[in-house]
Design a protein around this ligand. Sequence first.
Ligand code: FES
Length: 136
Amino acid sequence: GGEAMYTEKVMELFMNPKNAGRMEDPDGVGEVGNPRCGDIMKIYIKVKDDRIADISFETFGCASAIASSSMVTEMVKGLTLDEALAISNKDVVNALGGLPPQKVHCSLLAEEGIQAAIEDYRAKQKAKSGAAAPKS
Ligand code: FES
């Protein structure tokens, strides 16, 4: 077993995750899955002035995935969308004080979830401006 290798930070966020839960009426939603284990993460964002004004997550996954979700939501809140896109899973792992090597892949969900949420937001913005143009 590779348990008991989590940092205190990981355990703390696993027990008391920040920004957990569904968001009503989000501007963007990203849903990503980890094919290796079947775990799923959903990220909800509200965007204001090109910044992440609010964020929450729902993760059905392991302790690393939940701690990574919680950490990444804290890291990107208030950032511009481009700044948020630049956050990598390595940044998340570092902020967690490290993850056991066999659990590093779990943090990828956090990076991909943010990216998917921002892509969803941008696609919706495009669709909106497209809808404003005359169509036959
Ligand atoms: Fe599935 Fe960690 S084992 S995300």
